[in-house]
Design a protein around this ligand. Structure first.
Ligand code: DGJ
Length: 752
């Protein structure tokens, strides 16, 4: 709901649990008054700092002594008495850069408009949300900024974006235009963010906020493995289930900046948007620039409250299409099973075994096209390698379909190898700077998606493959970041637009292809989670979480990813041991339980499993099918963090509380361990739940207040497969590596 109070000139953006209040100040500037628990009032004039001082000294706000720097703002420009980090920085034709935006008008409407060319959250009907558009103007330079705020009442989220309109007769250079900026009167916070690297995505970082500027960013051309486009300010006492959290997440897949500045008065400014680094945009007269959308979430229920808001909003009002509400298939992917070394015979053997096990989808990964028998050639040549797949792709797909499996295919469409037919024809189609070398990474260059002809080539070549066989899933990979960023078709003054134009080109391609093939399940990937961001989720409802398939490494990666993203968006697979990324040997059962944290699958040669592993795989698949809806559509609770403990636990609870999963992992064996108890959360305290495996019953209150005892054998080093209820390794092996990495999973069903 959005309430405009004319007398007080305030906008009250109210969700079920939160309030966000702004005021058009006497000076015409838009001030930020409040963000937090829901309020009944919006009469917060008293909360504006230092106004008496001005009133008494100067009597009005028009004097040259008026200092914007003392006030909490929504759209801070640069140069006009606020010298903190601006949301906008422009260079005008006369070389000046001072801006001062003041209120002109506003409108409020039901629902939400689409953002031009950009992914964004959406409404299904107008009653779900209201939008406020406030027009601010710098009248000296004749430029308008339309700030859009959408209030999702029941999701407790507010989205923000900015559209800039050049109404002058001169070109304007945009040096910086972020999506959201707001000021807090205090700075007693800690920063929470998700940081990582290839194979180490989304590790949770939390650190005190210091005086000065602190930021996370990507300059890599993709949102990146290094930092996720998300930042939160949390009160120092915040835990998973307690305390105040203020968060921003950016619906964008390219270079971003999330910036916090603690100023000399100990107030702090929080911002997020496109990274101004190596970015300028030439805004011609009568043209507009639309920023990506920032999603703002306040929680008074700790980090879990924030995560649930993001997860619910992103699962239902960011992810789109036919697969949004559908259970996702259990898959087998051949990458770690075969790498490039396969032919149709090998592939069909794995597929047949998968079908015997009850797996539902076979995914043919890299290596099926061009001359691609290693990673040094052929990206761009999207035609089937019939020397490898004798009989062609359609025949293989039909054969796999006749085994009762869907078929999925891997592409890396944004890339071009210098050794490829495409590069011979179009050496100018990659990003490059004339006269400089073209640095390859994984033997590939990045196609120049700022060019329309390149985008159309990708749409056509991918569509041709997808139209010629019954392909029901696509893994859309992207395996390097950008260097030597430049485009042949743009003028010198537009060259620093390329990184953003690339992302706009990518979104154009994704929109076209996903609309053309609405029944295909698309999964995005960027060497694992290198572009696990809200922008990609708008087009592709799931993402390959990490190339690291080691179960123990995955505990941290999946735990961290869940801070913002819904579990239904995470691809999680059981792989072979020793693990291919870290060489660790973990029990098959632990690998299974760790992978049952999202979209479950296997990524190993199933024909090489021993009999015990085959039985375990079948039990895992059967079990996952039983709990799939709970995992994919339930609420996720983080119970015990892998970042500060040898024991890790998480839980899924059905939205209607009718069932729950609790998973527990013990990383390193420890002798004589005290009894460990895990307390469930999110259940109905007056209901009775039955342990599906043992038949024992517990009150919801008992499970939440007393907790579940972790069976002692796993502390003695035993490996227990809680799915088949068998002790696989007897234990009593203190100091033995075989006893490490045990795990347990419980399934509780409400019986009354
Ligand atoms: C990187 C991906 O993350 C892997 O899963 C796999 O698809 C390879 N690329 C294939 O080259």
């Amino acid at each position: 709901m959005i309430i405009f109070n004319q007398e007080k000139s305030t906008f009250h953006l109210k969700t079920a649990k939160t309030s966000y209040i702004m005021k058009i100040f006497d000076s015409g500037h838009l001030f930020h008054l409040y963000w937090g628990n829901s309020l009944n009032t919006n009469n917060l004039d008293y909360s504006i700092p230092r106004q008496n001082w001005y009133k008494e000294l100067e009597k009005n706000y028009d004097t040259n002594e008026f200092q914007l720097e003392f006030y909490p703002q929504e759209f801070p420009g640069y140069g006009a008495t606020d010298l903190r980090s601006p949301i906008i920085e422009l260079e005008f034709a006369d070389g000046s850069s001072t801006t001062d935006f003041k209120y002109v008008k506003h409108k409020i409407y039901s629902g939400k408009h689409k953002l031009d060319g950009l992914p964004a959250t959406y409404t299904e009907n107008d009653s779900e949300a209201q939008t406020l558009e406030i027009t601010l103007s710098d009248t000296i330079k004749n430029i308008d900024a339309i700030l859009s705020f959408t209030v999702f009442d029941n999701y407790n989220a507010i989205t923000r974006s900015v559209k800039l309109i050049n109404k002058s007769n001169h070109n304007i250079k945009i040096q910086r235009i972020l999506s959201a900026s707001l000021d807090f009167k205090e700075s007693n916070f800690e920063i929470l963010h998700l940081s990582g690297a290839w194979a180490r995505e989304c590790h949770i970082e939390r650190m005190p906020l210091r005086k000065g500027t602190q930021s996370i960013e990507s300059r890599r051309g993709a949102s990146s493995h290094s930092q996720n486009p998300f930042i939160a300010l949390v009160k120092p006492d915040v835990t998973e289930n307690y305390g105040e959290v203020y968060a921003m997440s950016l619906v964008y897949s390219g270079n971003f900046l999330a910036n916090i500045e603690v100023d000399m008065y100990y107030s702090c400014r929080m911002q997020i948007g496109i990274n101004p680094f190596d970015f300028t945009w030439l805004l011609k007269p009568n043209s507009t620039f639309q920023t990506p959308e920032a999603v703002l979430v306040y929680s008074n229920d700790g980090i879990t409250g924030m995560s649930h808001t993001y997860q619910n909003l992103y699962a239902k009002r960011l992810i789109r299409g036919n697969w949004r509400d559908k259970a996702r298939p259990i898959l087998i992917n051949n990458w770690e099973a075969t790498y490039f070394d396969f032919d149709e015979v090998k592939i069909k053997k794995i597929a047949q075994e998968a079908s015997n096990f009850g797996i539902e989808l076979f995914v043919l990964d890299d290596g099926w096209f061009g001359q691609r028998n290693s990673d040094d050639c052929s990206l761009g040549d999207w035609f089937v390698n019939e020397n490898k797949l004798h009989g062609g792709l359609k025949k293989l797909v039909d054969d796999i379909n006749s085994m009762g499996l869907k078929f999925g295919l891997w592409f890396e469409p944004e890339m071009i190898c210098p050794v490829s037919e495409l590069y011979k024809k179009h050496p100018d189609w990659c990003l490059h700077v004339k006269g400089r070398k073209r640095s390859t990474a994984r033997h590939q260059l990045v196609l120049d998606l700022s060019r329309k002809d390149v985008c159309e080539y990708i749409i056509d070549s991918v569509s041709t493959i997808l139209s010629n066989a019954n392909i029901e899933y696509v893994k859309w990979d992207m395996n390097r970041n950008m260097n030597e960023i430049g485009s042949d078709l743009l003028a010198p003054e537009n060259q620093r637009e390329v990184a953003h134009r690339y992302i706009l080109g990518l979104y154009y391609i994704l929109e076209k292809i996903t609309q053309k093939f609405p029944n295909i399940l698309f999964e995005s990937c960027a060497s694992g989670g290198g572009r696990f961001d809200p922008g990609m989720l708008y087009y592709m409802p799931q993402t390959w979480t990490s190339d690291n398939t080691d179960a123990i490494e995955r505990l941290k990666i999946q735990y961290g990813t869940s801070i913002v993203y819904p579990n239904i968006a995470m691809g999680c697979h059981v792989s072979a041991v020793p693990n291919h990324q870290v060489s660790r040997i973990t029990p098959f059962s632990t690998r299974g339980i760790a992978a049952m944290c999202g979209n479950f699958g296997y990524e190993l040669d199933l024909t090489k499993l021993n009999n015990q592993e085959k039985e375990q795989a079948k039990a895992q698949i059967k079990f996952y099918k039983m709990i799939r809806n709970l995992i994919q559509f339930g609420d996720f609770y983080r119970l015990q963090s892998p970042f500060n403990s040898n024991e890790v636990a998480w839980s899924f609870v059905a939205k209607d509380k009718s069932e729950a999963i609790v998973s527990f992992f013990r990383v390193l064996a420890q002798p004589n361990h005290p009894q460990v108890t895990i307390r469930a959360v999110g259940l109905e305290k007056n209901s009775i739940y039955q342990d599906e495996r043992t038949g024992l019953t517990y009150g919801g209150d008992e499970l939440m207040s007393v907790g579940i005892n972790i069976p002692d054998d796993i502390f003695q080093g035993a490996i227990y497969d809680s799915l088949s209820n068998k002790v696989l390794f007897a234990g009593m092996t203190n100091n033995s590596i075989k006893g490490d990495y045990s795990s347990f999973i419980w399934h509780f069903i409400k019986i009354k």
